[in-house]
Write a protein that binds this ligand. Sequence first.
Ligand SMILES: [Mg+2]
Length: 269
Amino acid sequence: MIDRLKTNWPKISGIISDLDGVTYRGDEPIESAVRAFQRWNNIGLPYAFVTNNSTKSAEEFSDKLNAMGIPADPARIITTSAVAADRLSDLLETRSRVMVIGEPALVRAVADRNFEVVDEDVGAVIAGLDRSFTYAKLARAQTALLGGAHFIGTNPDTMLPTAGGFEPGAGAILNAIEIASGVTPIIIGKPEPDLVTTALSKLGTDRQSTFMLGDQIMTDIAAGHAAGIPTIRVRTGIIETGPLSISPDFDIESLEGIPANAFSTAKEP
Ligand SMILES: [Mg+2]
């Protein structure tokens, strides 16, 4: 069993962590992670969370983590819905018309940024996981994109693990729209760097000593690499097998595998 790829831990001044597979699996807290985050919170280590899950708001994730015993401020939870909606502000004037294919959390994120959420004559289509996706929605998105609308996708995950197997992810919906329209979406979620760079600027910690932490190499570790920060893979969630094109800087069985003396914080433990 490989516990670490490197054994000499550098100083860690901040952590940017994935949620599912690191802090919990579905609705079950990962106890070693609960203990680790409580300890990190006690020593004043700055940490933030980044998630490709576009179906909940930062407040909802905060409530879920706090109920599990992981101290989590909504301001430090960076969701792909929020960052994707922010990207709209770079592309469109305030009050522009936007079509949303997604769950209520994505609709709220777009509406909160003062866009008009409608289905016709839109300047952009923003799409994520939508469990009531239909042929009619696909047709409306196709019409908008053929008419020149921008296309933003929350995250490219095609398969979401469930207790019994998998369900289709946002990427499956994005692919359908892309094939129908010939327009490739701007992807916001991991493995793109946007969530990580947003978290880094919120933390204000040093880029060389802020670590991206996640269970999935091709998603979390890839996003950390794309953002140019060091990475830790923790084997408490999805463990990819087979040859992978990238590797993490550190590889641990649980978050308690990081030695306490690796952390440089204002408050010493
Ligand atoms: Mg994960």
